[in-house]
Design a protein around this ligand. Structure first.
Ligand code: SAH
Length: 364
């Protein structure tokens, strides 16, 4: 999946701040207020198609829209599960790099899982994306285009259950979001900006999931945007964690948990600890106890744990923990007073669940 062309994706309207959007349309010889009209088309009506922009002068509509909204992502495969309420899309980027996003509709909410990088450099051995290595960072607009596509298909009633809005967004697709900090934080700004300059989502409904890049976690703490932070811990002890999440050799469990605790203190947002339960690897009762102790040592009420049975990945020798072992792990954590909920593995039948995204394509 080596990119054909080198360099950066074309600049897109969604890469710009509201001020830069005005400057860009003026540079193209248009009145400043056209920027706001374009923003409304893009962020409120989820379109970049000049044919739908009938409030723009006919003569310049086409050239303005094609300059401001160069096509960045192209769907090449769509897979459905759960009666069409789970949809995984494979996207080809301008240089033929590939990423995936997964839309999940539940009875009373909808969640999109987006990719922030093509591939990933974190090399966690149980994760399919981790086996690919990093191809490149996505731009802000390449991430936002995945989000716009989801808003659009929900808005147009393409997902069973009638027209809807996207409520939740998780950076749990391909890539390590905090290793692409600038593009990710600019994406978050556009997600939370009120209409028409952004998608008007609530920060608390946006989850940034990280392996624990401590300096970037500190930076995120001080942004003043209270997104939900998820920390992929997977082991409470350095020996095992360094094997499962190699970056742990750089920042230890204790240092990472201290940084997560500070995130809670500053933002008031309870941190999520992600823990993939891998049979006979990290699912021991004593590890649940050690995790409970380490979390409680940093105070009460600041954290909850989200264990998830390991989703199988091709070539891996690891499997999910037995149900009884999972139950015991959860019971131990709860015994320590830690709120604990098992995360669902929706999409696993289309390789669309956590850790299964590998942007594979059938050779046809
Ligand atoms: N790089 C970020 C975000 C992408 S992964 C991170 O690691 O947090 C999203 C979540 O899926 C993480 O919690 C990750 O640890 C988890 N995950 C990865 N592989 C998995 C697998 N095979 N089964 C279950 N969860 C997995």
């Amino acid at each position: 999946m080596a990119p054909k062309r080198r360099g950066k994706p074309p600049k897109h309207f969604a890469d710009l701040t509201p001020e830069e959007r005005v400057a860009s349309v003026v540079e193209l010889g248009e009145k400043p207020f056209r920027a706001k009209q374009l923003a409304a088309h893009y962020f409120t009506h989820f379109t970049s198609d000049p044919a739908e922009m009938t409030d723009l002068p006919k003569a310049t509509r086409e050239s303005l829209a094609t300059t401001m909204f160069p096509p960045l992502i192209r769907p090449t495969k769509r897979m459905e599960a759960d009666g069409g309420t789970t949809v995984k899309t494979l996207w080809h980027l301008f240089d033929d790099a590939k990423v995936e996003s997964v839309l999940m509709r539940y009875p009373n909410r909808t969640t999109l899982c987006v990719s922030s990088q093509a591939g990933c450099g974190m090399a966690c051995p149980f994760c399919a994306t981790g086996q690919l290595g990093l191809t490149r960072n996505l731009s802000t607009a390449e991430i936002l285009e995945q989000v716009r596509a989801a808003f659009r298909s929900l808005d147009r009633g393409e997902i069973p259950g009638g027209p809807a809005r996207l409520n939740n967004l998780v950076f749990m697709g391909m890539g390590e979001p905090l290793a692409n900090y600038k593009a990710v934080i600019e994406t978050v700004r556009a997600l939370v900006a009120p209409s028409p300059q952004g998608l008007g989502m609530s920060a608390r409904n946006i989850t940034v999931s990280t392996v624990g890049l401590v300096p970037a976690m500190r930076r995120l703490t001080d942004e003043g945007i209270p997104v939900t932070l998820a920390l992929s811990l997977h082991a409470p002890d350095d020996d095992l964690r360094s094997e499962l999440v190699p970056i742990n050799t750089r920042w230890s469990v204790d240092e990472t948990l201290d940084t997560a605790r500070r995130y809670f203190e500053v933002t008031g947002r309870r941190v999520s600890i992600e823990y993939a339960l891998i049979k006979d690897m990290n699912d021991h009762a004593w590890r649940a106890d050690l995790l409970g102790e380490k979390l409680n040592a940093r105070g009460r009420g600041w954290v909850h744990v989200n264990p998830i049975p390991l989703n199988p990945t091709p070539g891996s020798i690891w499997t999910a923990s037995e149900r009884s072992v999972e139950d015991e792990f959860v019971a131990r954590l709860r015994g320590h007073g830690i709120p604990t909920t098992i995360r669902d593995t929706r999409g696993s039948d289309i390789d669309g669940a956590c850790g299964q995204l590998a942007a594979e394509e059938d050779d046809e």
